[in-house]
Design a protein around this ligand. Structure first.
Ligand code: ATP
Length: 222
């Protein structure tokens, strides 16, 4: 029975070792029963580039975590039409799992720093324990928000890896092997994702100026 449920949201375009590492450490350090990986449906805040289709992002995620019995992919935000907000997702999870479930919301420091701009941020903090992992090149979230939210640290080896860097690497024709799980690497190759010369309109990667006002688990604009 799931009593302590971790949730990590994101665009996962693509999922990489940074995501998996913070989720695994949160699982172990906070005695979670399960961690849900929740790709966002329409990340409106990622203006300037179209994301890879949700089904590809979900397939990569499912392949990445298939061997881990306490990780589970969730379609909740993908299947909900329009922009979804974290607060709605947390409420939906409470309805699904019942009030006895305790929610733990897993974030990297860059996302955590934006939390106070999210819809119903205080309510989010009441409904879930906020777990934050440091991220290289990002100021720790503690100073900025410590007075507004209670955050708990996930002790990690900070990995300097981001999906945008991986997309840029792939576009430049360089290998993503060992930066993403092997099945994700195979999927990207097989589908020709992130390659500059073959990328369809829906997976074009531009120089995104990404809004910092994220409101869904994966980060939708206000
Ligand atoms: P992009 O570069 O496209 O913005 P990303 O690598 O930040 O993507 P997301 O899917 O946006 O990946 O991130 C999902 C969650 O994982 C966010 O809370 C983010 O802060 C966190 N995260 C991603 N990569 C890391 C990392 N290397 N270390 C710690 N947290 C991370």
């Amino acid at each position: 029975m799931t009593r302590r449920l971790g949730i990590i949201g994101g665009t996962f375009d693509p999922v990489h070792l940074g995501h998996l590492h913070i989720a695994e450490q949160a699982y172990a350090q906070y005695g979670l029963d399960r961690v849900l990986f929740m790709p966002t449906g329409i990340p409106a805040w990622k203006q300037g580039r179209a994301t890879t289709p949700a089904e590809d992002r979900f397939a990569m995620l499912a392949a990445a975590i298939a061997e881990n019995p306490h990780f589970e992919p969730s379609r909740m935000e993908i299947d909900r039409p329009g922009i979804t907000y974290t607060i709605d997702t947390l409420r939906a999870l409470k309805t699904l799992y019942g009030d006895e479930v305790e929610l733990f919301f897993i974030l990297g420091a860059d996302t955590a720093r934006d939390l106070d701009g999210w819809k119903d941020a205080a309510e989010i903090a009441r409904m879930a324990t906020i777990l934050v992992a440091d991220r290289p090149q990002t100021e720790p979230a503690w100073g900025a928000l410590a007075t507004t939210f209670v955050m708990q640290a996930i002790d990690t080896i900070p990995l300097s890896i981001s999906a945008s860097e991986l997309r840029a690497l792939a576009q430049a024709g360089r290998s993503l092997r060992y930066l993403v799980p092997e099945p994700v690497y195979a999927y990207i190759l097989e589908r020709g994702l992130y390659r500059a010369e073959k990328a369809p309109e829906s997976s074009r990667v531009g120089a995104a100026v990404e809004s910092s006002r994220r409101t869904s688990l994966g980060g939708a604009d206000v």
